[in-house]
Design a protein around this ligand. Structure first.
Ligand code: SF4
Length: 358
């Protein structure tokens, strides 16, 4: 059952698109010092390898803004400059060749300053993301909406920023409405999506360390995507950027919004008679690197495993000292425990190769 995605405006970011019919993209951020070009490039290359579609970098001074040009030359994925308050940095970042700006026009100081930013963005076809955050909602909006952030308040804030850009005849805009409160963030995006057709960047902000953050993001981001809302996503974790990408991609794959390898593994139970978890970890590492659509299963027993993982293309089910290799739920051959990984990988490669030839 395919998700019916909300129709949004198509915005170009470098050589990819956000919104319209474009596939949902996965974003992350640079988490090393923006002054250290070598470290930034190294990290972005790792993000590219992990499957990140877009990266973003925060800047603290003009010196690091001026690094965007050198960084841009050494990376493949689009880079976004995240800038608060300083319009000169925003203009310089665009001149350095960034693919998108993340700024809030209402925080830039004056319409003339925003005008100057919009002028260079138009000239260089650079879009802008407006990022509304529950933690920094304008004081008057907080007061108006009962003293705390609400979906209505968040959307009203987004509307203000949008209006500033629209008055300057600029509509290459992506919007995010983030909160660390999952339900508030969901309500904000839902309300926004009823009013506007600008594409949205989904995220649960400050979602926490990997386990907590993965759960919150899966509910918030995944729930909205399932409703058809969301054009690009970022899983914010107090952890590495590659982990953010991995979780983001898994959310998309779980919803059928991204093609790629899928690993099924049973939770194990008292029937399991071999060391299954280390095997799952090895298989996961292997499968994650595949650029192919294949469902692989690792199951804890031969009795139920092949049947329970019927929808997998290929799988291994273990037993005491030995197991069975199965394809589409049917056992193909017995396998010794020490050969399980190699036999499974051989069969995975065979299936991938056959599909490639077709
Ligand atoms: Fe238990 Fe077998 Fe099911 Fe795994 S596949 S949970 S070992 S019954």
């Amino acid at each position: 059952m395919k998700i019916k995605r909300r129709k949004t405006k198509k915005i170009r970011v470098g050589d990819i698109f956000i919104g319209g019919e474009a596939p949902v993209t996965v974003q992350t951020m640079v988490k090393v010092d923006a002054h250290d070009i070598k470290a930034v490039v190294k990290q972005i290359k790792e993000q590219e390898e992990a499957g990140g579609d877009i990266t973003r970098m925060n800047v603290l001074d003009m010196e690091s803004v001026k690094n965007f040009g050198a960084i841009k030359k050494q990376i493949k994925i689009p880079i976004v400059a995240d800038i608060h308050f300083n319009y000169k940095w925003a203009i310089e970042a665009v001149k350095q060749g960034v693919d998108k700006l993340r700024i809030n026009p209402g925080n830039i100081g004056s319409v003339d300053r925003v005008k100057a930013i919009v002028k260079v963005c138009k000239e260089r076809r650079v879009p802008i993301r407006i990022g509304v955050n529950a933690g920094s909602l304008e004081k008057d909006l907080l007061e108006k909406h009962g003293g705390h952030p609400t979906a209505e308040g968040l959307v009203e804030s987004a509307s203000r920023h949008i209006k500033i850009l629209e008055d300057l005849d600029f509509d290459q805009t992506v919007v995010s409405i983030k909160s660390s409160d999952v339900r508030l963030m969901m309500a904000g995006y839902r309300l926004f999506s009823k009013k506007y057709d600008y594409p949205v960047h989904l995220g649960v902000t400050e979602s926490g360390p990997p386990r907590k953050g993965t759960v919150k993001s899966s509910i918030g981001i995944g729930g909205l995507l399932e409703e058809g809302i969301g054009d690009t996503i970022r899983v914010s974790l107090a952890g590495g950027s590659r982990e953010e990408i991995r979780v983001g991609r898994e959310i998309l794959k779980s919803l059928g919004l991204m093609k790629g390898p899928v690993l099924i593994a049973c939770p194990t139970c008292s029937r399991t008679q071999f060391e299954m978890i280390p095997l799952v970890k090895r298989v996961e590492k292997y499968v994650d690197k595949l650029d192919a659509e294949i469902k692989v299963a690792v199951m804890g027993c031969v009795v139920n495993g092949p049947g329970e993982a019927r929808e997998a293309d290929v799988g291994i089910a273990g037993g005491r000292g030995a197991g069975a290799l199965f394809v589409k739920g049917k056992v193909i051959k017995p396998v010794k425990e020490e050969n399980m990984f190699e036999e499974l990988v051989k069969m995975i490669d065979k299936i991938v190769e056959e599909r490639r030839k077709k």
